[in-house]
Design a protein around this ligand. Structure first.
Ligand code: GLN
Length: 244
């Protein structure tokens, strides 16, 4: 099987090594004998969303999110919306997550009008939400996901999307309603930066299976030896449970 991954705005949205999630997806597929092709599409480059199976968008500072607004308008927004409607898989993190919503009003009053692809919006707060955190994810059979968040934006979901999980420790979407991330069609949004997929291999495979199933009708991924990844997950889960 073959998966074509599009990394959107890789040079603008890449906090905490978010691109490592692409390396993780690539390796997990290659270890099973599958082919992965990664393409990068940034400011000024044409996005032909029908060319890809999976889209990855990392996080960025407010400034960087403002920089890409002009480019995002129009054609790119239309392509992103069409891909989502078509059931393409997205993994969007923090600033990339916010970008799939309607808007982000920063704490210092800048209005970032985004794609509106998902029914959600974000309001910046002066106090940032920072730290390691953990949430449960029902679609992973209630398994926990451990992550790291650092955002000023508080995101609120409309009725058209559901959260990806419930916060067990930390802030999640807004620090108030106990929800984390967003799910719609085959879109996965989360505030969790950096090594999200390496330390949550079950989530990594779930996202890969979502993309492969859409393309090939089904996707059996052979088990891998995840002893090190699972140990990393369990160590953080234990630490965060003790603090909860
Ligand atoms: N700039 C956004 C915020 O502060 C997103 C941050 C991020 O991607 N870490 O909410």
């Amino acid at each position: 099987m073959e998966l074509k991954i599009c990394h959107l705005f890789p040079d603008v949205l890449n906090l905490y090594g978010d691109r490592g999630n692409i390396a993780c997806m690539r390796k997990r597929l290659e270890w099973r004998g599958h082919t992965v092709i990664v393409s990068e599409v940034s400011i000024g480059q044409k996005l032909r969303a029908s060319d890809y199976d999976l889209f990855f968008i990392g996080g960025g500072q407010d400034f960087e999110q403002e920089v890409l607004l002009e480019d995002l308008k129009g054609e790119k927004t239309a392509e992103i919306k069409a891909a989502i409607a078509d059931g393409k898989t997205f993994l969007a993190i923090c600033g990339g997550y916010q970008m799939l919503g309607a808007y982000y009003k920063t704490w210092d009053g800048q209005q970032c009008d985004f794609t509106g692809a998902l029914d959600l919006y974000t309001i910046g707060e002066k106090q940032r939400m920072i730290g390691n955190y953990m949430f449960t994810c029902e679609e992973l059979g209630g398994q926990t996901v451990v992550g790291f968040e650092n955002h000023s934006g508080a995101t609120f979901l409309g009725s058209g999307v559901r959260p990806i999980g419930k916060v067990l420790s930390g802030y999640g979407n807004n620090g108030k309603d106990g929800m984390e991330g967003a799910r719609y069609n085959n879109v996965f949004c989360t505030y969790s930066h950096g090594c999200l997929l390496p330390k949550n291999p079950v989530l990594a495979d779930h996202i890969l299976k979502t993309a492969l199933s859409r393309k090939y009708g089904s996707a059996d991924l052979a088990p891998l030896d995840d002893a090190i990844e699972t140990a990393a997950h369990d160590y953080m889960a234990k630490r965060l449970s003790a603090n909860a």
